[in-house]
Design a protein around this ligand. Structure first.
Ligand code: UDP
Length: 327
């Protein structure tokens, strides 16, 4: 298929571009490189446009023969979203609205949308399936949920097909393709822990140890970024056998506490990782673990890298590679 990938120079986007190219799809990346990286771009055309620029966006999609869009470009930090809510709504909701309108104008019917476990808020069950109540407790999650509502309405009023993929905690790296996570500033647990170990980042602070979990630290479902990428490939390839609006939760179904993740990072690095306990971070639910039964059944998707040790090791290999590149 000829596919447009917005945010294809970002973390999950670049791994998905790699997976799509491996499957023989033709890919064009749309990215304004505001948080994406030139080095993450692979052998495909780049359209350097901001999704907020509706006129240029509409023009750039016309007559290109795109059969579908995978939409990653977004602001995605919980803490930042609290401090800059209008910017989050403008980028995530406004940007996606512009994209859908441009797709309609160019006659592109298929969209795979990067959604998030943050749309659910505090869980009311041990495993979060697609029907779980949606009550986001942070602005980032709100913006993604508003987009899901918008896409559902668009699908109900036209022949548009949209699939929302709700990621739990994306982690790990593709060491063969030399791709991995690189945010500035970095806020995520695994790279922060690895950098603290290597002495290349800030000392690690653990955000709260008084949660109602086994060791008092937050529990998350860490999913390897290449497993997220393969779910995107399955979703776009299977769209014609479904119709309208669809959604899938993507995780391994295993919860790890922050302390358990730090232990996995210590194993990968081969050294202790010192940390201090700080206050809770606003907008963090105690536990988020996916039920991905629907994705496994309907997309035929199976995560291949579901061990937290393998995830941490691939992230550490990536950190070492990236540091060598920058040296
Ligand atoms: N976390 C932490 N210290 C850090 C970064 C994250 O204790 O420097 C915790 C955070 O509070 C959450 C978990 O690690 O409970 C995962 O956070 P991350 O930012 O990696 O992903 P998110 O859950 O926000 O998508």
């Amino acid at each position: 298929m000829k596919l447009l990938v917005t945010g294809g120079a970002g973390y999950v986007g670049s791994h998905t571009v790699n997976a799509l190219l491996t499957q023989g799809h033709e890919v064009v990346v749309l990215d304004n490189l505001s948080t994406g990286h030139k080095w993450a771009l692979q052998d495909c055309e780049l359209i350097d446009i901001d999704l907020r620029d509706e006129a240029n966006l509409t023009k750039s999609l016309q007559g290109r023969g795109f059969e579908g869009v995978l939409h990653f470009a977004a602001k995605s930090l919980v803490g930042e979203s609290k401090n800059h809510p209008a910017m989050y709504y403008q980028n995530n909701v406004g940007g996606t609205t512009n994209l859908v309108r441009a797709m309609q104008s160019a006659g592109i019917p298929r969209l795979v949308f990067s959604s998030t476990a943050a749309i659910f808020g505090n869980p009311v069950s041990d495993f979060i399936d697609e029907e779980h109540p949606k009550a986001p407790i942070n602005v980032y999650g709100q913006t993604k949920l508003v987009v899901e509502h918008m896409l559902k309405a668009v699908c109900e009023s036209s022949a548009f097909i949209a699939t929302c993929l709700r990621y739990f905690n994306a982690a790990g790296a593709n060491n063969e393709a030399n791709l991995g996570e690189w945010h500035e500033p970095e806020t995520h647990l695994i790279p922060n822990a690895l950098r603290a170990a290597a002495g290349t980042g800030n000392p690690l602070t653990l955000f709260g140890d008084d949660y109602p979990t086994s060791d008092g630290t937050c529990v998350r479902d860490y999913i390897h970024v290449d497993d997220l990428a393969s779910a995107h490939v399955a979703a776009i390839e299977q769209m014609d056998s479904s119709s309208g609006f669809n959604s899938f939760n993507l995780g391994n179904g295993n919860g790890y506490s922050v302390k358990e993740v730090i232990a996995a990072c210590e194993k990968a690095v081969g050294a202790d990782i010192p940390y201090t306990i700080g206050p809770r971070r606003d907008g963090d639910p105690a536990t988020l673990v996916a039920s991905s039964a629907k994705a496994r059944n309907d997309l035929g998707w199976t995560p291949k890298h579901d061990s937290i040790d393998e995830i941490a090791q691939s992230a550490w290999n990536w950190e070492c590679y990236r540091r060598d590149q920058l040296a």
